[in-house]
Design a protein around this ligand. Structure first.
Ligand code: 13P
Length: 231
C-alpha cells in the first residue's frame, strides 16, 4: 500500500470506530508504521468521525512531526508514547489501535481481565487479555505499564481507560479490537446467564494449534507452549 492508501484506510477505520460507538468526542487513536522508519498518526483532539487524510500526521520514531501538522498546527495523538513503545518492543507490529469499546472498557474499568478460555474464536485469535496497571494518559506511565505484557499479547485492557490492540497491519489490529469487544459482550451475557463454561485443556491446545492453519500472525499468551506453535 502506498502512503495515500494507508491514510485513506486510517480514515476509514476511524469512521468505523466512531460508528461502532467505540469512541466518543475525541477518544481513540491509530498509528501505522511506514516502511522507512516513519509513522502515520491520527491528530490529537479531533473526533474520529471528522478525520480526513490531510489531517493525518507523519512522525519519526521520537514522535517528532515531519510534515503536515507544521503548517496546520496539528499534533500527533497525545498517546503517541504508548503507540511508539509498541513498535519499539515488537518488530512485527505494523499498526496500533486504541479505543474505548464500551463492554471491553467495562472490564477495564472493573479491573477484570478477560482471561477465560471460553469462546473458540477468541481462544484462537487473541487468547487471554490482561488488565495492565493504571497510567495517566499521555505520560510515560502508560508505555511503562504495557511493556511487560507486549511480548505475549496483541490485545490489552488499560485499567480505568480502554483497550489497545496491535497487528502486522491496520486491518489486523482493527479486527483484534472487534474480536475483543464481541468477546467482552459474550462474556458479560454468559455471566448474566450463570457463568461461562471453560473449554477443556485438550481442546484449548487444539484451538491454539489451529492458528497456523488460519494464518494468524502475532503473539498469543499460550501458543508458544504448544509443540506445533511457532511464536
Ligand atoms: P488523542 O486525541 O490525543 O489521540 O487522545 C484521545 C484518547 O483517547 C486519549 O486516551
Amino acid at each position: 500500500m502506498n502512503e495515500i492508501d494507508i491514510k485513506n484506510q486510517i480514515c476509514d477505520i476511524c469512521g468505523k470506530m466512531w460508528q461502532l460507538g467505540w469512541v466518543a468526542a475525541n477518544d481513540g487513536n491509530i498509528t501505522v508504521k511506514l516502511g522507512n522508519g516513519l509513522f502515520l498518526a491520527t491528530p490529537t483532539g479531533i473526533s474520529k468521525s471528522f478525520i480526513t487524510p490531510d489531517k493525518i500526521v507523519k512522525i519519526n520514531a521520537k514522535g517528532e512531526v515531519l510534515e503536515g501538522s507544521q503548517n496546520s498546527g496539528l499534533k500527533p495523538s497525545s498517546e503517541i508514547k504508548m503507540h511508539l513503545r509498541c513498535y519499539e518492543q515488537r518488530e512485527d507490529v505494523g499498526a496500533v489501535v486504541h479505543a474505548h469499546p464500551p463492554t471491553a472498557t467495562g472490564y477495564a474499568v472493573a479491573n477484570k481481565a478477560l482471561d477465560g478460555y471460553t469462546m473458540i474464536e477468541a481462544v484462537i485469535a487473541i487468547g487471554s487479555v490482561p488488565v495492565t496497571p493504571y497510567g495517566t494518559p499521555s505520560t510515560y506511565e502508560v508505555p511503562e505499564a504495557i511493556t511487560p505484557y507486549l511480548q505475549e499479547h496483541d490485545v490489552l485492557l488499560l485499567q480505568n481507560h480502554g483497550a489497545l490492540t496491535v497487528g502486522a497491519d491496520l486491518i489486523t489490529a482493527f479486527y483484534r479490537m472487534e474480536t475483543l469487544e464481541l468477546w467482552a459482550k459474550i462474556s458479560l451475557n454468559a455471566h448474566l446467564l450463570g457463568g461461562a463454561v471453560e473449554i477443556s485443556r485438550e481442546n484449548i491446545d487444539r484451538l491454539c494449534n489451529m492458528r497456523t492453519q488460519y494464518g494468524v500472525t502475532g503473539k498469543h499468551p499460550g501458543y508458544k507452549k504448544y509443540p506445533n506453535g511457532s511464536s
